[in-house]
Design a protein around this ligand. Structure first.
Ligand SMILES: [Zn+2]
Length: 233
C-alpha cells in the first residue's frame, strides 16, 4: 500500500528553534526518504521514523533535493549505518554532495565573510565551520528533469533551480502532492522563497516557485514550513 509520511524534526541554530519536514514515501517494495536532515541529526531522524512505525533499516533510498547542509547533513551517517540505502540526486547537484566539488553554499559563505561587519564575523565563521563539517556522500544514481521514478506509482522529478542550480522537487501523483524541498517555504502559512538573501539565482528561484504553485497538484509539502494546501491561497 502507498503511504506518504511527513516527519517533523527539531532544528535549532543558536537561539532560533525551528522544524524541518523530511518526507517518506513507502510502497510495497521501497521506502524513500526525501532529504536527510542536518549534520548530527541522524538520531532524530531514526526516532521520527520509528515513531511512524518505520525501522530506519527499512529505508531503501534517499533522494536529496539539493546540496545544502540541512538537507544532506546526515546522509553520510545514514549510509554508514545502513549501507544498503541508495542515494539519488540531480546530476547538477551530485558533485557538490559527493565532495568532488566544493559546496556552492560554502563558497558563498566564505565570499560573504569578507564583507561582514565586525559584530557578525564570529557568526559567519561558525556558519562556515558548520558547512565544512558536512560529510560528503556518494550519489548512486543521478536524476534528470521530468524523469518518473517508480515509487508509489510514480514520483516525477521537477527541475526547480534557483536556490541552488540543480535543485529538484518531486511530484507524487498518487497523493496529489509536491515535495518542494527549498524551492518554496512557508512563513506564517504563506508561500515564500527559502532564505532569499542566500538564494544563488533569485530570478530562477521565483520562476521555480511559480512553477510549483501553478502545478495542478493540490498539496505542497515544504521542507521548511510543512504542508500547504492550495485552497488556502
Ligand atoms: Zn533548507
Amino acid at each position: 500500500m502507498n503511504k506518504l509520511i511527513t516527519l517533523k524534526i527539531e532544528m535549532s541554530y543558536g537561539p532560533v528553534m525551528d522544524y524541518i519536514y523530511p518526507a517518506v514515501l513507502c510502497d510495497n517494495d521501497n521506502c524513500v526518504l526525501v532529504d536527510c536532515g542536518y549534520v548530527g541529526s541522524l538520531p532524530k531522524i531514526e526516532k521520527a521514523l520509528q515513531c511512524n512505525g518505520l525501522p530506519p533499516k527499512a529505508i531503501t533510498h534517499i533522494i536529496l533535493t539539493h546540496q545544502d547542509h540541512d538537507h544532506v547533513g546526515a546522509a553520510a551517517a545514514f549510509k554508514q549505518k545502513y549501507p544498503n540505502v541508495l542515494i539519488f540526486a540531480s546530476a547538477e547537484e551530485a558533485p557538490y554532495i559527493s565532495g568532488s566539488q566544493k559546496s556552492l553554499r560554502l563558497e558563498q559563505a566564505e565570499r560573504l565573510q569578507k564583507e561582514l561587519p565586525a559584530e557578525q564575523q564570529e557568526f559567519g565563521k561558525t556558519f562556515c565551520r558548520l558547512l565544512r563539517s558536512v560529510e560528503p556522500v556518494p550519489i548512486d544514481r543521478m536524476l534528470s528533469e521530468n524523469e518518473v521514478l517508480p515509487f508509489c506509482g510514480g514520483c516525477q522529478v521537477i527541475a526547480t533551480p534557483g536556490h541552488t542550480p540543480g535543485h529538484i522537487s518531486l511530484y507524487l501523483e498518487a497523493f496529489d502532492t509536491i515535495l518542494s524541498g527549498d524551492s518554496m517555504a512557508l512563513e506564517q502559512g504563506r508561500p515564500v522563497l527559502a532564505n532569499p538573501q542566500f538564494t544563488l539565482d533569485i530570478e530562477k528561484a521565483n520562476v521555480s516557485m511559480q512553477r510549483i504553485l501553478l502545478h495542478p497538484a493540490r498539496r505542497i509539502i515544504c521542507y521548511h514550513g510543512g504542508l500547504f494546501e492550495k485552497e488556502n491561497v
